[in-house]
Design a protein around this ligand. Structure first.
Ligand code: XIL
Length: 299
């Protein structure tokens, strides 16, 4: 196969990309994105501050630009993200307790109603665990509203759109030996045992010198899949874009039957949130990097 999406489809998977609405008018960007990828995640446009800038007033203008572009071009959409400590609008940042809990529920219902039946996977909750060795939840207004906020979010999401796969998504959870990975594993195991509706776990996979790729990532994917959830690589970028590391990540997904697909977090290096790391698959002029060839060969 000659594109990433078509190559991934040979094994029933997708190869996706994060899209920024304001870059779709860039013809080089748009043509690479359309040619190579068959799944799309909005880089920022479906986040809480973008979709509910004022309480109860939803705005899907930029989210819909991405959604419509994706669907018109035959791509599936990952929804990102409904409940998160970051990129909350000001009104939500100032809420706490039961008022915040209700706002979270209302937000999930409002966004999921707009896209009901249209989203393959939703990142219902993003980044709820702390970094480091504690294995604790991350402190946030959501966590202080009661640590059951995560399961409430998932139950709300299931009722709002039963057709979407519901994912928990996080970073620094790729290395099986890390406390954060183990804490996330215990949560998913508990949710499955108690019937809290969760279908998938997203591994962001922002690899860099501080949190490097480790070959035990495959063990992590296998262990989560064995709990009865799908897994996905949701925001892949690799500092320096080592071709061998890119190929290793792809091979880890291919080795796990419940790995749904891989999403890279941007098109060209200049489109990356970490552009200084040159972490993506395309050069700024739109040409393919060595990492691109390594990924295509691995698929
Ligand atoms: C990043 C975007 O790429 C940036 O444009 C934005 O300024 C901040 O958020 N984890 C996530 C993503 O789940 O939503 C983040 O995206 C990167 C880290």
């Amino acid at each position: 196969e000659s594109t990433l999406g078509a190559a991934a489809a040979q094994s029933g998977r997708y190869f996706g990309v994060a899209i920024a609405a304001n870059r779709l008018s860039d013809s080089t960007y748009q043509s690479i994105a359309n040619r190579e990828f068959n799944s799309v995640t909005a880089e920022n446009e479906m986040k809480i501050d973008a979709t509910e800038p004022q309480r109860g007033q939803f705005n899907f203008q930029n989210a819909d630009r991405i959604y419509n572009w994706a669907v018109q071009n035959g791509k599936e959409v990952r929804g990102h993200t409904l409940a998160w400590h970051s990129q909350q609008p000001g009104w939500m940042q100032s809420l706490s307790g039961s008022a915040l809990r209700q706002a979270m529920i209302d937000h999930i219902n409002g966004v999921m109603a707009h896209y009901k039946g249209k989203i393959a996977q939703w990142d219902v909750v993003n980044e709820a665990f702390a970094d480091g060795s504690s294995g604790a939840r991350r402190d946030s207004n959501l966590e202080r509203s009661g640590s059951d906020w995560i399961e409430v979010a998932f139950r709300t999401a299931r009722a709002a759109d039963p057709s979407a796969k519901l994912c928990y998504n996080d970073y620094n959870v790729e290395n099986w030996t890390w406390a954060k990975t183990q804490a996330m594993y215990r949560m998913v195991k508990d949710f499955k045992q108690r019937g809290v509706p969760i279908d998938c776990v997203g591994f962001q996979s922002h690899f860099n010198s501080g949190s490097p790729y480790n070959s035990n990532f495959r063990t992590t994917l296998q262990e989560f899949a064995a709990l009865g959830v799908d897994v996905a690589i949701t925001e892949l970028d690799i500092q320096g874009a080592s071709p061998t590391t890119y190929a290793a990540v792809v091979n880890d997904c291919l080795a796990v039957s419940r790995c749904l697909g891989v999403t890279v977090w941007g098109v060209r290096d200049m489109d990356s949130w970490r552009s200084g790391d040159t972490p993506l698959l395309f050069n700024n002029d739109g040409s393919k990097k060595q990492a691109y060839n390594a990924v295509l060969n691995a698929l």
